[in-house]
Design a protein around this ligand. Structure first.
Ligand code: NAD
Length: 315
């Protein structure tokens, strides 16, 4: 059965989701774009002349099977709740909700409305993570993990802290990539361009003694997205912007050398759509579930608590 879909929110990312929603004509048909404001409605109508443009989800709810929620994060909860109550499959951009409490409510609601709810943690789709085995000497014994994601100010996502906007990707990766979950966090945050934190550094401790530092900023000079793992073997650097993996291996005796190679660049959004339809049609669990979304939102809450109270918070 071909799914009838809607994209909700036609902004920066919504326009890409609308494009991907038309990329699987055998499985799904993009029937509606739901956009609240005239500028977005006009842009949507121009780019998608065959799609109906409406200003509220209630105007198409009875004519869709699934929806992509790409509104600002502060609207996610009410829209996803509405969709679940109407038994619609949902793909929701990250973060699933603004608070842990809201995510828990959606988790409960999902139990009585057995549809697919997939969360948009798109950084999981880097091909580099499928090569973990090749680099197990780092992933299995990380003494220190550094995740850094900074960018110049773009004026987007200013309804939330940089933690919900950017750090969420790295919090999700930290849990997804490493076997250990952190036991505590100590964070500091700065409000520079908005009323929310624009720059945050969070230090995580693990039971084993390993440490991780995540730094995010949206007021910086250039765009950097990278993961670095250092241990007795040397250092591994995954450049998520350039799709490069560099390895600095310590040689005994002799100088250190660095090997750099590329990894396959993928269309993460397209893969998210493909997996979403696959779960719905084959009645399979989503690749990124409400539990994954909830874990990331819980970690966000703890990072923010630590930054606001200026204390170390136990996880
Ligand atoms: N996965 C990623 O890498 C990634 C990247 C960017 C953004 N995001 C997420 O995507 C979401 C949207 O971000 P964005 O940068 O596209 O925001 P944006 O502000 O550019 O776009 C949001 C759009 O939603 C519309 N909107 C607001 N409320 C609405 C409602 N109730 N019904 C219909 N439309 C409504 C706005 O008018 C706007 O056009 C955020 O949750 C963000 O965290 C994820």
């Amino acid at each position: 059965m071909k799914l009838k879909t809607a994209v909700i929110g036609y902004g920066h990312l919504g326009k890409w989701h609308a494009q991907k929603a038309e990329a699987f004509p055998e499985q799904a048909e993009l029937k509606y774009i739901v956009e609240k404001f005239p500028a977005g409605q006009e842009a949507a109508a121009k780019a998608h002349p065959d799609v109906k443009i409406v200003d509220d989800i209630s105007k198409c709810i009875d004519d869709i099977d699934a929806a992509f929620v790409v509104t600002p994060t502060s609207f996610h909860y009410e829209i996803v709740e509405y969709l679940l109550k109407h038994n619609k499959h949902v793909f929701c951009e990250k973060p699933i909700t603004e608070t842990t409490e809201q995510a828990l409510k959606l988790q409960t609601l999902l139990k009585s409305h057995p549809v697919v709810l997939q969360v948009g943690h798109s950084e999981r789709f880097h091909q580099a993570w499928e090569r973990k085995e090749e680099y197990k000497h780092f992933f299995d014994a990380p003494a220190h993990i550094t995740l850094r994601r900074v960018a110049p100010f773009k004026g987007r996502a200013t309804d939330v802290d940089v933690v919900q906007d950017l750090m969420i990707h790295d919090l999700d990766l930290l849990v997804f990539l490493f076997d250990e979950t952190p036991v505590s966090v100590e964070a500091m945050g700065f409000k520079m361009r908005t009323n929310h934190y624009d720059y945050v550094t969070a230090n995580f401790k693990f039971k084993s003694g390993n440490r991780a530092t995540i730094t995010v900023g949206r007021n910086q000079t250039k765009e950097v997205r990278e993961l670095e793992i250092s241990n007795h073997a040397g250092t591994l650097l995954v450049d998520l912007m350039r799709n490069e993996i560099s390895e600095a291996l310590g040689k005994e005796p002799g100088p250190q050398y660095v090997n750099t190679g590329t990894y396959e660049k993928r269309d993460h959004l397209l893969l998210e759509h493909k997996n979403f339809y696959n779960s719905i049609q084959n009645k399979k669990d989503p690749i990124i579930s409400i539990e994954d979304g909830l874990t990331a939102v819980r970690l966000i809450d703890k990072v923010l608590e630590s930054a606001r109270k200026n204390i170390e918070v136990i996880l």
